[in-house]
Design a binder for this molecule. Structure first.
Ligand code: ATP
Length: 554
């Protein structure tokens, strides 16, 4: 016996050694500063001081002193950007990368607010840095226009259009993203690696996303019964067109909309609230006499890339107007002034469920059940229409006067993160990190079941006032989400078993095992709900935005 266990131990040891030998000794690190992307390889273990040194070597001496924050970019759409300030944070980030499919660390650098210096032109030392492209190739110095060490030459950036919607790599902040199928958005690429999109990738992806919505809504010039899948092949065709022409396409097709008019003659009312990106006010439409909510996002002084993103967001919101479901906060359009992007929305008199919790404490199981039922109705609608909300949390669930709720904020929050270059909201909220699904953090899959994970976190938030890992900083929270088998939370003792099972189901770490919104509709937690009217998820024919293009593959 002793012999056998010795043999076993020695096999295990050799296996471990072999695995150790396979581990790369270097870590590829990419930085983006002032829209310039530069990369290098650092010897492991990488320290925070190594990052600062690399920044100075890649961008010029003392650049690290002008940096306000180093933010690690997680998730394929770049919307999860968390600041790292020390070795501990960095180690967590590396552990997340190693636990997932990512191989590179991707950092976004922002200058200190009072930084006015122009980009430093300094002699770059390459002493201990290997300059590499995205593909791990050395970047060659080609003369006058050559980039400093580590610069990713535009032509070297991966475009990934050959794999249909695997070209979903971008800094697309949109959280309301047309989903072709889970498989299609399942990429072999990593979240961090996928950040290596050029701005043309970004535009391409966005055009792909929106052109699909145009098709589905029948507003695009190519609206037809063709499947979303087949339309994905358009991505490569459209990738060379400019975002301006895309915007034109939207506005040109505007007259086809059977959706609310964007108010043109309106008065600003009292402030309803404030989010990370702007203030929300009551808005009186003088022409119709109706009251709406208007979110005003300051856009003055944005750089040209962000300004272009704002135009695209405006355009998208004008398309999202067509989403029409009793559990979705209706958009009434968007308009832009020199100073603000203004988003008109259905006015929800009750404010957010987050505010409800802050004012009155955790919700009862009965009320939670009612809300969850309504959220599921909304999710079934948006998932059937092949979208992913990507930002389900109590702050984005709004109440009407009768205590019913609707899903709000689709398509804006995450894109605004990209536009304003923010990492975490500074309005007292704790951002979105705690609600993010593990596969989004690890960049393995990009699909609708991410909303189911966030719903699980939202139910925990309803019952306990905070999501799982609520006591942790965002970076620690996503480390635990990505690396632990089960999220940590403690429900009140009186919470029923069926509620616990429902939450467990939502928080299934394996994406493929996680239930869909339709599966959850039939869960026992929800089936005994008391309703005045018979609850059935609205069928595709009565609720989908339009066209038969969405009826396949689901
Ligand atoms: N359609 C609406 N009707 C009524 N009040 C609204 C509406 N949308 C937002 N509000 C109010 O404005 C507040 C701020 O909303 P906003 O969407 O800007 O930020 P948030 O969702 O709270 O946080 P974040 O900026 O992180 O998304 C909400 O908490 C709510 O009180």
């Amino acid at each position: 016996m002793a012999n056998q266990s010795d043999i076993l131990a020695s096999i295990t040891a050799s296996l471990q050694q072999a695995m150790e030998r396979k581990k790369p000794l270097e870590q590829t690190v990419k930085f983006e500063l002032d829209s310039q992307v530069r990369a290098c390889c650092l010897s492991k273990p990488v320290t925070y001081a190594d990052l600062l040194n690399s920044i100075d070597k890649l961008f010029g001496k003392h650049t690290s002193l002008s940096i306000d924050s180093i933010r690690c970019v997680f998730s394929r759409d770049d919307a999860l950007r968390l600041p790292i300030t020390n070795d501990d944070d960095l180690n967590k980030v590396i552990a997340i990368v190693e636990a997932g499919r990512a191989t590179k660390l991707n950092f976004l650098l922002t200058r200190k607010k009072n930084y006015h210096g122009s980009r430093t032109k300094l002699k770059i030392s390459t002493d201990d840095l290997s300059s590499t492209s995205d593909d791990g190739q050395r970047v060659e110095d080609t003369g006058i226009d050559s980039p400093p060490p580590g610069t990713i030459a535009p032509q070297k950036r991966r475009t990934t259009v050959n794999t249909t919607s695997k070209s979903t790599t971008s800094k697309d902040g949109g959280l309301f993203i047309p989903e072709l199928s889970d498989e299609i958005y399942s990429s072999g690429g990593s979240s961090i690696a996928s950040r290596e999109s050029s701005s043309s990738d970004t535009s391409s992806r966005r055009r792909l996303a929106t052109s699909q919505l145009l098709k589905r809504t029948g507003t695009g010039s190519t609206a037809s019964g063709s499947s979303a899948l087949s339309s994905s092949s358009n991505s490569s065709n459209t990738s060379s067109s400019s975002s301006e022409s895309f915007a034109t396409q939207c506005s040109c097709s505007g007259h086809h909309y059977q959706s609310p008019q964007t108010p043109s003659n309106w008065k600003l009312g009292r402030q309803l609230g404030q989010g990370a990106f702007g203030k929300v006010y009551l808005c009186y439409d003088v022409d119709t006499g109706s009251e709406l909510a208007i979110k005003q996002i300051p856009i003055h002084g944005l750089n040209s890339e962000s300004s272009r993103e704002v135009k695209i967001l405006e355009c998208e919101i004008n398309i999202y107007k067509q989403l029409n479901h009793e559990r979705i906060v209706r958009y009434h359009g968007a308009a832009r002034t020199d100073d603000y992007l203004q988003i008109f929305m259905e006015y929800m008199t009750g404010g957010s469920v987050r505010e409800q919790i802050l004012n009155y404490g955790a919700l009862t199981e009965q009320l939670t059940k009612k809300y969850v039922k309504q959220i599921i109705d909304g999710l079934i609608y948006i998932h059937k229409n092949r979208f992913v909300h990507r930002d389900i949390k109590c702050a984005n669930i709004l109440r009407d006067i009768s205590g019913n709720i609707k899903l709000g904020d689709f398509g804006t929050s995450r894109r605004l993160i990209a536009i304003t270059n923010q990492n975490q909201p500074d309005s007292g909220t704790i951002g979105t990190a705690h609600w993010t699904a593990p596969e989004i953090i690890q960049g393995s899959i990009f699909g609708r079941k991410a909303d189911i994970w966030s719903l699980g976190c939202t139910i925990v938030e309803m019952l306990t006032t905070g999501p799982p890992w609520q006591n942790l900083q965002p970076i620690a929270a996503i480390f635990h989400i990505a690396t632990c088998d089960k999220p940590q939370y403690e429900l009140p003792e009186n919470v029923s078993n069926s509620a616990r099972e429902f939450i467990d189901a939502c928080l299934t770490k394996d994406y493929h095992q996680r239930p869909t919104s339709e599966d959850l509709f039939h869960h026992t937690f929800l089936t005994d709900i008391q309703n005045h009217h018979h609850h059935q998820p609205q069928t595709q024919s009565s609720t989908s935005i339009s066209t038969n293009s969405t009826s396949t593959a689901f």
